[in-house]
Design a protein around this ligand. Structure first.
Ligand SMILES: [Zn+2]
Length: 443
């Protein structure tokens, strides 16, 4: 299957030389970019990209898709992290397989419409028969490249933990189910559409033993590790009190550093922890909107990038954002570093790099995140002929002035957004079902 993307106004490649190309074409064959140049011969299908900026598809490195069903819940709108969790846990405990499937489709469609072609997801609660497989089915139907992680919580209220007992699982079962979903769905090959990760929810919701065993299991299976780390001051205080050390030390002691590990947030990493992450090539999922929304602080992304820490971008769960627009998240990342470090702290191009190639690196996907011959054909096409870009002297500086919704989107060479609409699902029907499920939860 071949397709030609023709006459792009600018292609922002994020390739080895970080070059931009003007008035160029991209040929896609069998899911891979096969040729880039001017005036390429058109024989089969084509997409007219005149008046458009073309970028690699955006990569989302942290999400909880199920939370699209609990956006803007009144009791959680203005709470800090722990209070926010305690408001939402009882609602989430009423979810089941359909809630997981529909909320994942909503979250994935929202991401796709904002330019995302590859997303991770962190699902750490499985009430009423829900399974990781429900979200994998949702992503398969949409056609999104998907890295679901088998999350978990094992310390409930009766053991001094935060979540209600009904939402925690036995640790032996958690590890068994990790093996099950890896064996059933993980694809280690280049071009994989699904890769599974192992992801206990956070150091405060599972035991030290589970953190250690999860790392051993992931290494044995050759899959990646993911969790929340150093999210806010409460999180640091908890680590010091319960574990007698900072989160970086805790992670290192239990095998949670390395190029096969990425941690969400890391707002409160100190200089030594940043050095540890750089040295060990441990990745970070930076979630600026969630950090703002929950008042967690400003992650030291400038210092991380300068030290050489791999940094990607995450919209985080839709209940702590409460949006899931990835290109808007990239703009927020750029703005927040400027708040902390000055107007030259992060350029629009650097923020776009983090949102594309940076995320692909964090997720262990060197085959994605760039427009270059031989890379997977995950491509976002942005119409810069509209009102948001009118008057821009540099339309490719999308994060300063540009659309927040793609015109076209290709994943593995398949067009899943055409003229701003999802091609793979009947989105209005899914929205209707999601709202019905939300109303049922409110009642
Ligand atoms: Zn999160």
């Amino acid at each position: 299957m071949a397709i030609l993307i023709k006459n792009a106004t600018t292609i922002v490649t994020m390739d080895a030389t970080l070059s931009d190309l003007a008035q160029a074409d991209i040929r896609v064959e069998n899911g891979v970019i096969s040729e880039i140049g001017k005036g390429l011969d058109s024989t089969g299908d084509s997409i007219d990209a005149s008046g458009c900026v073309v970028t690699p598809g955006l990569v989302n490195t942290h999400h909880h898709l199920y939370q699209t069903l609990t956006r803007a819940v009144p009791g959680g709108q203005d709470a800090l992290l722990f209070g926010w969790l305690q408001t939402l846990y009882p609602i989430w405990s009423r979810f089941g397989p359909e809630e997981m499937f529909i909320s994942a489709q909503i979250g994935l469609a929202e991401l796709a419409l904002s330019g995302c072609t590859l997303t991770s997801d962190h699902l750490y609660l499985y009430p009423n028969g829900a399974r990781l497989d429900d979200t994998i089915a949702a992503a398969h139907e949409i056609g999104m490249r998907f890295h679901p992680t088998r999350g978990a919580m094992s310390i409930g209220e009766s053991d001094g933990g935060l979540p209600p007992d009904a939402l925690v699982e036995r640790e032996e079962f958690i590890l068994e189910d990790c093996v099950r979903v890896i064996d059933a769905h993980h694809d280690p090959r280049e071009g994989a559409m699904v890769r599974v990760g192992v992801a206990p929810c956070s150091p405060f919701s599972v035991s030290r033993e589970l953190m250690r065993d999860a790392a051993l299991l992931a290494r044995d299976k050759g899959v990646m590790l993911h969790t929340h780390l150093a999210e806010n001051d409460e999180d640091i205080a908890y680590s010091l009190e319960k574990f007698g050390c900072r989160p970086g030390q805790y992670a290192e002691d239990l095998g949670w550093t390395g190029p096969d590990v990425w941690h969400a947030h890391c707002v409160k990493l100190d200089g030594q922890e940043i050095d540890l992450f750089a040295r060990s090539r441990t990745g970070v999922a930076h979630c600026p909107c969630s950090n703002c929304r929950l008042g967690s602080g400003i992650a030291p992304v400038r210092a991380m990038r300068d030290a050489g820490v791999p940094v990607g971008l995450g919209v985080d769960g839709s209940a702590s954002n409460d949006s899931g627009n990835l290109v808007a998240e990239a703009r927020q990342a750029m703005l927040l570093q400027r708040v902390a470090n000055g107007a030259n702290a992060m350029s629009a191009r650097e923020a776009l790099y983090i949102a594309t190639r940076g995320g692909a690196e964090v997720l262990g996907r060197p085959d994605c995140g760039q427009i270059a011959v031989g890379k997977r054909a995950d491509i976002a096409i942005w119409d810069v002929s509209g009102v948001e870009s009118a008057g821009s002297w540099d339309p490719a500086a999308l994060l300063l002035a540009g659309p927040t919704r793609v015109k076209h989107l290709l994943v593995e060479g398949r067009q899943i957004v055409r003229d701003g609409h999802m091609t793979s699902i009947d989105l209005p029907r899914v929205v209707e079902r999601q709202n019905a499920l939300a109303r049922a939860l409110m009642g």
